[in-house]
Design a protein around this ligand. Sequence first.
Ligand code: 6GU
Length: 306
Amino acid sequence: MRIDIVSVFPEYFEVLNLSLLGKAQAKGLVEVRAHNLRDWTHDVHHSVDDTPVGGGAGMVMKPEVWAECLDDLLDLAPAEFPMTMGDGAATDAAAYAATAGDAAAGGTAAAAASSGAVAATDDAAAADTVSAADTRVPADRPVLIFPNPSAPLFTQADATELSRAGHLLFGCGRYEGYDARIPTYYRAQGVDVREYSIGDYVLNGGEVATSVMLEAITRLIPGFMGNPDSIVEESYTGEGALLEHRQYTKPATWRGMNVPEVLLSGDHGKVDRFRRDEALARTSKIRPDLIERLDCQALGKADRKT
Ligand code: 6GU
């Protein structure tokens, strides 16, 4: 898996060379490269942001700088929106027109038609590969990920899906965010673009969120973990669908506290049932939202296996 990270603080990612990800790089399972967004600026100040259109506090990251960088890393030629290509672009163009409320989306058909830069056939093929029903990531299609506190939550299911990708590119925004046209544009270019939040709190930028997502994704790459069983165990209820049961180690009695009796019984069926009951009970108490999302069919299957 190739992993590119773009940030104005690329040094932040030097820690990735340590730890488990360092070992995975040494084994050739992943290749991580952190890039400085400012390398794609042309002005003396290397500026990457500008004031928000419509007013307001803070700064917004400029689309031109990001585009020069992402075009380079994704090996794409510049084009005019909307590009003439597969359904993905058409849908996105429609969505864009619906939300933008200006002539930008509809008024550039001539420009798109005259732009020889868009490989329409390749993009159409790429659009065909991923339908709404099939969310698997084809290994040859890059996935562009923008951490964004106002996006859907990143889940274990997303991590599992992205662990099968061949190329991930993280675009770390800073300040008040990035120009909203950037993800729309690359989606229309046939790139699989995702925006994710890692939780309901605000961070200063996408760097920490990127390292969180990277760790969740890369540990699922086959051969990454020393003991692949630890992943299977975690996912027996459907990949992070429930909180895990509590764990104990020896001694059986410590400072007057006993481990639950059933765990010492040697009856694997009983132990499994105890743990699943506890996982369910704790989840409904601590995270009832997870119970609502539960795939009851998957749970039934897990039951029958034991
Ligand atoms: Cl992805 N980015 C930022 N800046 N803050 C966040 C976040 C992402 N997820 C939760 N908070």
